[in-house]
Ligand binder design. Structure first.
Ligand SMILES: NC(=O)c1ccc[n+]([C@@H]2O[C@H](COP(=O)([O-])OP(=O)(O)OC[C@H]3O[C@@H](n4cnc5c(N)ncnc54)[C@H](O)[C@@H]3O)[C@@H](O)[C@H]2O)c1
Length: 256
């Protein structure tokens, strides 16, 4: 038999059940839409907007009002997905926050707030979905880290954010190794500066925007859809031998 072109399905996630945290806004919303375009039924867990009702209305899933820093609430959201679809195939732990405070001024509760959302909640999500996925022998988890896991953002002081995202990358690698024998893949994406509500005020500052752009080889910030495309890749069958990796989507920022 001669060589044949590989077949790439137009909807690689057709029939899959997915849950996206922080899907009411920014990168999470773009991820939810992109997963749905790839064929998945996408459920949204978010604090805001009645749990991402506007997003879920388009992606065909449930809007689940959830504070992901509460481990019981996260378990309830995952259970709701499994009750609705019988399975959970994809989890994207995306909700996150940032604090730009000089380290000597950081309050105890502000440090804990950042870690509760950026690190603890990622683990609560992985553990809750992982229970179902490991029992079933398949699943894909994608965590939203950041290029701040590897670089220190200039000129903003954000030690808690940078440390929290480094923790996400190493948590991802640890769970990937632990669950690989059970057919569950765990990866992360690390966006560079991306135009979302999180960065709206910063990007409105002309000087800061120019600084960020000039530190990026591609000379611009990302659109949320560009990050979402990487998440779809890591969630789907095209990355079937990829686990424990961190995919940078940073316009080359970390190459300099
Ligand atoms: N925007 C960037 O430049 C950038 C760069 C690198 C990484 N990231 C990461 O991407 C992720 C998404 O960021 P974004 O820029 O889209 O931010 P965003 O502020 O637009 O969206 C964050 C979403 O998380 C939700 N959320 C916040 N706290 C929550 C909680 N306790 N429970 C449930 N949902 C909660 C918010 O309601 C919101 O919908 C974050 O993890 C962020 O750290 C963003």
């Amino acid at each position: 038999m001669g060589l044949q072109l590989p077949k790439h399905p137009a909807q690689p996630l057709a029939g899959a059940s997915a849950l996206v945290t922080g899907g009411a806004s920014g990168i999470g919303q773009a991820v939810a839409l992109a997963l749905a375009a790839a064929g998945a039924r996408v459920h949204v867990a978010d604090l805001a907007d009645g749990g991402g009702r506007a997003t879920a209305a388009v992606t065909g899933g449930l809007a689940l009002p959830t504070d992901v820093t509460d481990p019981r609430a996260v378990e309830a959201a995952v259970d709701a997905v499994v009750a609705a679809d019988g399975v959970i195939d994809v989890l994207v732990n995306n909700a996150g926050t940032c604090d730009n405070t000089a380290s000597l001024e950081v309050l105890d509760e502000e440090w804990r707030r950042v870690f509760a959302l950026n690190v603890d909640a990622v683990f609560w999500g992985c553990r809750a979905a992982g229970r179902h996925m490991v029992a079933r022998g398949s699943g894909a988890i994608v965590n939203t880290a950041s290029m701040s896991a590897r670089i220190v953002n200039r000129p903003l002081p954000q030690a808690s954010y940078n440390a929290s995202k480094a923790a996400v990358v190493q948590l991802t690698r640890s769970l990937a190794a632990e669950w690989a024998p059970h057919g569950v893949r765990v990866n992360s994406v690390s966006p560079g500066y991306t135009a979302t509500p999180m960065t709206r005020a910063a990007l409105a500052d002309e000087g800061l925007r120019r600084t960020w752009e000039s530190h990026t080889p591609m000379g611009r910030v990302a659109r949320p859809e560009e990050v979402a495309a990487a998440v779809v890749h890591l969630a789907g069958p095209a990355s079937s031998f990829t686990t424990g990796t961190d995919l940078l989507v940073d316009g080359g920022y970390t190459a300099w």
